[in-house]
Design a protein around this ligand. Sequence first.
Ligand code: SF4
Length: 168
Amino acid sequence: MIGAVILLAYAIRIRLTVREGKKSYGIPDEMILYSDLNVPAAPLFSKRSRLAGKPDYIVQKENHCIPVEVKSGGGAHPHQSQVLQLAAYCQLLEDTSGMFVPEGILVYNNVPYTIPFDPKLRFELESVMKNMRASLRNGVVKRNHQEPGRCRHCSMKRYCTDVVREGP
Ligand code: SF4
């Protein structure tokens, strides 16, 4: 409940900023409670799930708060990793607000996709987080792709020792 009050406090400032003309991806201004795109926002933190992060927006839809993440890419549809990032924001928002989060919105190449935060996605998120924690504990992280394009645009490239190089 405290989380919900904090979100509402953000809302007043955010609505004013969004109205100043920055892109809101078709989301009506009055529904935006939080934005990390229009003004830098404080990260959300969940001790229970051991998660921290900042969704691009949090919007109010009917009686629920919904995270919104904005992505672009070369594919026809969002990547599963982007869906999982959104799922992590759903979990984070549920933990910090104490309210049920039924779905998130992934705006991919300017097209909004509604992603249900259903039992299947919750289980997948939990399983990925479990594997990530195990990798952190044992210090072994394996690359899960062979795509130079993903490494080219990766923000971790400069620290990574396993970058997939461009062709011959
Ligand atoms: S640079 Fe490293 S961390 Fe980034 S996508 Fe490539 S392999 Fe993964």
